[in-house]
Write a protein that binds this ligand. Structure first.
Ligand code: 13P
Length: 252
C-alpha cells in the first residue's frame, strides 16, 4: 500500500506576519514542482490568512494548530472549524502534546475535535505520543492504544473519509530536545498505532491512514525516518522555521 507522504511544519507560537511572509516568499521557489509529497504549514491563527494568501495556487496547504469542537459560541480565544475553512485553512492539528500538557486537552476533547474536523471536511492530524517516564516504564504501547482508542470513539466512516485522517506519532521526550526516536523505535510505535486503528476502523482504513513521525526531525535524519515503510511523513517543529531547512526535509 503506497501512501503519499505529508511533510508538515508546526510553527507553534513563532513568527510575525512579516516573518511568515518572508518564509513563504523564500520557501515556495525551493519546493516548486515538488509533487512526491504533500506539504503543509501550520501557523498561529493570526498569521493564517496571510499565509493562505501567500501560498495560493502553490503546492503548499495551510492548516491550524488547533480548533475548538463547538460550532460557535462564547469561547474566548478559540477558533472554530468554520472560521478556519472560511479563512482557507484545510488541515488542523488535534491534541498536540503541548495542548495536552499546557492546556488540559484530554482524549475526550481530542475525540470531539476530530468529529468536528471531519464534519467540516478538514484534514485532521491527531497527535499521540508517550512521555519519557511512560516509555521507561514499558507503558508506550498501552498509552498509544488508549490515545488512539479515545481519539476515534464514535468514528466509523467510509474508507474515503478515514483515509483523509492523519495521525502524528510524537514521542514527547523527542520534541524540541534534539533526542530523536531511532527509525526502528518510531516504526515500532507506528505499527502499534496502525494495529489499533485496524481494530477500530478495519484493515483497509488502517492501511490507507498516514502516520507521521514528529520529534526533532532535521534535514540530516529525515531520510532515515521517512524512508521507513511505516513512516508516512513528518511533523516538524524547530527545523520548519527556516525555509532552507524545511525545504531540505521536504526533499528528504
Ligand atoms: P521539534 O521538531 O521542534 O522537536 O517539534 C516537534 C513537534 O512538536 C511538531 O509538532
Amino acid at each position: 500500500m503506497s501512501r503519499k507522504a505529508l511533510i508538515a511544519a508546526n510553527w507553534k507560537m513563532y513568527k510575525t506576519s512579516a516573518e511568515a511572509q518572508a518564509f513563504v516568499d523564500a520557501f515556495l521557489p525551493m519546493v516548486a514542482g515538488h509533487t512526491r509529497d504533500e506539504i503543509a504549514l501550520f501557523p498561529s491563527p493570526v498569521l493564517l490568512p496571510g499565509v493562505v494568501a501567500a501560498c495560493k495556487g502553490s503546492n503548499v496547504a495551510v492548516g491550524a494548530q488547533n480548533i475548538h469542537f463547538a460550532e460557535e459560541g462564547a469561547y474566548t480565544g478559540e477558533t472554530s472549524a468554520r472560521q478556519l475553512t472560511a479563512a482557507g485553512g484545510t488541515h488542523t492539528l488535534i491534541g498536540h502534546s503541548e495542548r495536552r500538557q499546557y492546556f488540559g486537552e484530554t482524549d475526550e476533547i481530542v475525540n470531539k475535535k476530530l468529529h468536528t474536523a471531519l464534519k467540516h471536511g478538514i484534514v485532521p492530524i491527531i497527535c499521540v505520543g508517550e512521555v519519557l517516564e511512560e516509555r521507561e516504564s514499558g507503558k508506550t504501547a498501552s498509552v498509544l492504544k488508549t490515545q488512539v482508542t479515545g481519539a476515534f470513539a464514535g468514528v466509523s466512516l467510509a474508507r474515503e473519509v478515514t483515509s483523509s485522517i492523519v495521525i502524528a506519532y510524537e514521542p514527547v521526550w523527542a520534541i524540541g530536545t534534539g533526542r530523536t526516536a531511532t527509525p526502528e523505535i518510531a516504526a515500532d510505535a507506528h505499527r502499534i498505532i496502525r494495529a489499533e486503528v485496524s481494530k477500530l476502523l478495519g484493515s483497509d482504513a488502517a492501511a490507507a491512514m498516514r502516520i507521521l513521525y514528529g520529534g526533532s526531525v532535521k534535514p540530516d535524519n529525515a531520510t532515515a525516518l521517512i524512508g521507513q515503510e511505516e513512516i508516512d511523513g513528518a511533523l516538524v517543529g524547530g527545523a520548519s522555521l527556516k525555509p532552507d531547512s524545511f525545504a531540505a526535509i521536504v526533499k528528504y
